[in-house]
Design a protein around this ligand. Structure first.
Ligand SMILES: NC(=O)c1ccc[n+]([C@@H]2O[C@H](COP(=O)([O-])OP(=O)(O)OC[C@H]3O[C@@H](n4cnc5c(N)ncnc54)[C@H](O)[C@@H]3O)[C@@H](O)[C@H]2O)c1
Length: 272
């Protein structure tokens, strides 16, 4: 990677663990300082735990091991004011903002209990969460005058729907697809400022989202269509670092011409 990343600052939501942590560590290795937030408490309508404050602190320690600084804050991306507060504190300490990775996300695996609530909470975390993240940061990027890169973390589900009667899973696909539309309007709106906006679409990745009891129970259920979840390449699941390596390129100047794209990081899942 080029040396031009040195001294830049990236905001990452959902930074306590999984892909968010991998982005933080990988970008720190590029010389980038990090502002990282996470909800650090559970959300009732999802059936596995969110990241914790201790995990967010561990991410910060890993960033510091790479020789960079990480400012951390507890914020729910559904709460725009809370996100803005962490961003403002981070920029006050680190001096600028160049990269935004809207990565926070949850999914529900279990049987439907409260369809409307599960639909709404999923949309709120994924879609409104990304909106709040952009709202809290876009003026910083524009006013910085250095261009910038926004990455909205969608999913293979945002490229290709898989049949389900569960409102939470329907909402996950709808929200991840909604991020594509949101990305396109942002890419058009801010291109003149050299602010690039793209979605990434990972297939299954080892993280808190996939290594939990609710996921294991769903996978073991004979009614689950496991074949529909398999990749084209004979790769069962990706590592968070696989996604972080791709994103490190996408946010770098080597990708300075890439905007408005839906980048499938999916081992061929979406054309299978
Ligand atoms: N793991 C996969 O297989 C997979 C595949 C495709 C896309 N994704 C997407 O990747 C992103 C990262 O997920 P991951 O795989 O690292 O899972 P993860 O569960 O390990 O990490 C997600 C993080 O987001 C945080 N978070 C959740 N809701 C939040 C909220 N309202 N406010 C702030 N933080 C919140 C969680 O606490 C957690 O630390 C998500 O958007 C997810 O939808 C994951």
């Amino acid at each position: 990677m080029t040396a031009t990343q040195e001294g830049r600052v990236a905001l990452i939501t959902g930074a306590a663990r999984g892909q968010g942590r991998a982005h933080a560590v990988r970008l720190a290795r590029e010389g980038i300082d990090i502002i990282g937030l996470d909800i650090c408490e559970d959300i009732a309508s999802f059936d596995y735990s969110c990241g914790t404050w201790a995990e967010l602190e561990e991410t910060a320690a890993l960033v510091e091991k790479e020789g960079r600084t990480m400012v951390i804050g507890k914020a729910d991306v559904r709460d725009g004011e809370a996100v803005k507060q962490v961003v403002d504190e981070g920029v006050a300490r680190l001096g600028r903002l160049d990269i935004v990775i809207a990565n926070a996300g949850m999914i529900r695996y279990g049987a439907t209990e409260n369809p409307v609530q599960e639909w709404q909470d999923t949309l709120d975390v994924i879609l409104t969460g990304a909106f709040n993240t952009v709202q809290a940061t876009i003026e910083r990027l524009v006013d910085g005058g250095n261009g910038g890169s926004i990455v909205l973390v969608s999913s293979s589900a945002g490229l290709k729907g898989t049949g389900t009667d569960a409102p939470a899973a329907q909402a996950y696909t709808a929200a991840k697809r909604g991020l594509v539309g949101y990305m396109q309007v942002l890419a058009q709106q801010y291109a003149a400022h050299m602010i690039r906006v793209n979605t990434i679409h990972p297939t299954g990745v080892v993280s808190g989202m996939t290594t939990n009891a609710a996921m294991q129970k769903m996978a073991a259920d004979p009614n689950t269509n496991i074949a529909a979840m398999q990749n084209l390449l004979p790769v069962a699941i990706l590592q968070p670092e696989d996604i972080a390596n791709a994103v490190a390129y996408l946010v770098s100047d080597e990708a300075k011409f890439i905007t408005g794209t839906q980048w499938a990081l999916d081992a061929g899942f979406s054309i299978r």
